[in-house]
Structure formats: structure tokens, C-alpha cells
Design a protein around this ligand. Sequence first.
Ligand SMILES: NC(=O)c1ccc[n+]([C@@H]2O[C@H](COP(=O)([O-])OP(=O)(O)OC[C@H]3O[C@@H](n4cnc5c(N)ncnc54)[C@H](O)[C@@H]3O)[C@@H](O)[C@H]2O)c1
Length: 294
Amino acid sequence: KQIGRVAIVTGGAKGMGYETARHLTSLGMHVVIAGNSEEEGLAAVRKIREENSKGKVEFQFLDLSSLKSVRQFVRMFKDRRLPLHILVNNAGVMLVPERQTEDGFELHFGLNYLGHFLLTNLLLDTLKQSGSHDSCARVVTVSSATHYVGVLNLEDLQSRSCYCAHGAYAQSKLALVLFSYHLQQKLTAGGFPVTVNVVDPGMVNTDLYQNLCSPAQLVKRPVAWLLFRTPAEGASTAIYAAASPTMEGVGGCYLYNGQRAQSSIISYDEDLQAQLWRQSCTLVSFPVEDYGEN
Ligand SMILES: NC(=O)c1ccc[n+]([C@@H]2O[C@H](COP(=O)([O-])OP(=O)(O)OC[C@H]3O[C@@H](n4cnc5c(N)ncnc54)[C@H](O)[C@@H]3O)[C@@H](O)[C@H]2O)c1
């Protein structure tokens, strides 16, 4: 059933994204690894191809910290007239010192959240056309347990008044949960065959921790080896959401350890979801009212 289904995995060149891309290829899918390092992307493609999987894998450049790059990625993808059955919004950065994206957004918010917000919206027409009522297209977004401590500061989404790297990461991961629920609600209201779920992979030993300060790195190393999951273990919930028959037609869930779980109380606030949606449309210059009807 999976053979020939087309999937995009952002940040699929390493960490959990790589394991997700590898697994979906092994199921017979045509996987596009979307990432901002051509060298890493091509190396990942080579490694996966060596496994002689049933599926196809390729790399396409995407820098989520640039709205121009997101638009270019989508234009190139659409020019190929491929369907799109699965979009895994996996890429992310964590605990980066205060920095801005090309478009002037705080980096965590701009890259982790807004880049994926625009990417998903621009690909939504293709997802809607590719899904059917007995086989929905799927959007899977990787959030984090850190979202539980996240606060969405609608007056200052770019953390200009006070910057804290942890707070900025948590806000970006909370925004992804709010976005996923709102998107699912709109798709359901429009009767479109696309489901949206958000996953929490747990603590996973990847390069995501590269920005920890040196003493924390020293503590993390042995602890991570003992207590953290491997990237393949961490990717399992995203893979489940992307490919499991059990998840057919199921959307609007927060998944942890392959099971439905509760996200933070504020993530269910529909007014907050709608306010974030509207502000996000304005920030990425995406027409609010165009959404959903095409
Ligand atoms: N590792 C954990 O413990 C953990 C816990 C909770 C959530 N997560 C989330 O899991 C996801 C995957 O992270 P990981 O742990 O595999 O880390 P990782 O650092 O191995 O992977 C992150 C990926 O994002 C890509 N990326 C970074 N900047 C990019 C950009 N500008 N454009 C496109 N791609 C870009 C990287 O190239 C890499 O492929 C992230 O969203 C992260 O927030 C990780």
C-alpha cells in the first residue's frame, strides 16, 4: 500500500529525520529529503540507496530559515507534478544564541515554526489532491515535551523584549502544536482527505544538543548514552504517524510513545490557535482567506 507514495521529510539528512526517511524508503515510498546542507543530504541519500530498499530517495535543498527558499523549494517540487502523500515537518534547531533569520524573525520561531507553517500551507493543495477518503494524505509535525513549558507571547513572538534560548525553543514547539490542531480543524471543516498529527519523540541522542554549554555537554554525554533514545527509537512515533494503517483517517492527535497523549492545556485554546494562525499568515505574507478553499 505504501509503494510509490511520495513523502517529504524536512531535516531528513541526519538524526531522527534520517531514520524517518530511511524507514519510509524501506517501505517502498519515494522520499524527498529536504535540507539545508547539500553535502549532508547527498551523503544521506547515498547511504540509504546502499540498503537497496524498495523505494526511491533523493535530496532537494530547503533552508527553512528563509521564506524565499521555502517558496523556491515548493516551486521546484510542484514543477515535477508529483503527488504528495506525506509531509514530515521534522527539522529544527534548539538553544541557539539570539539570532535572526534572513527575514528578521527570531531563529527558533522563524525556522522551527514559521518555515514549516509556510511550507505546509504552500503544499496543502497538492496534499489535498493526493489524499483520498480511504487513504488520506498525512502531515506529521515533530514537536517536543518542551512545549509543555512554552508560552506563546502574541505581543512579542520574536522575543525582542527579553530573549531566552530555552523559552524561544519552547514557544516554537508550542506554536507547532497550536498550528497542527488548527490546521486539522480547518481541513475537517472543509472535508479534505488530509490528516495532521503532532509527535513528541522523547529525549533522543542527536546533534540537536550541540548548543548546550560546555559543562552541560560534559554531563549530557554519559547520561545521554544511558538514558536517551537512539535516533531510530526517537523516530518511531513520527514513522507510526506517517505510515501506520492504524492512523488512517486519524488526525488532530498529539502522539507520544506511539500513543495518543494530552498536550498542554493552552495548546487546545481555539482562540489562541486562530490568533496565531492569523499573525503567521501576516508574517509570511500568506493570504488568510485563501486558505482551505483551493
Ligand atoms: N533530540 C531530542 O531529544 C528531541 C526531543 C524533542 C524534539 N526533538 C525534535 O526532533 C526534530 C529532529 O531533531 P533531531 O533531534 O533529529 O536533531 P538533529 O540536529 O539531528 O536534526 C535536525 C535536522 O534539522 C535540519 N535543519 C536545521 N536547520 C535547518 C534549516 N535552516 N533548514 C532545513 N533544515 C534544517 C538539520 O540539518 C537536521 O537534519 C527537531 O524538530 C527537534 O526539535 C528532538
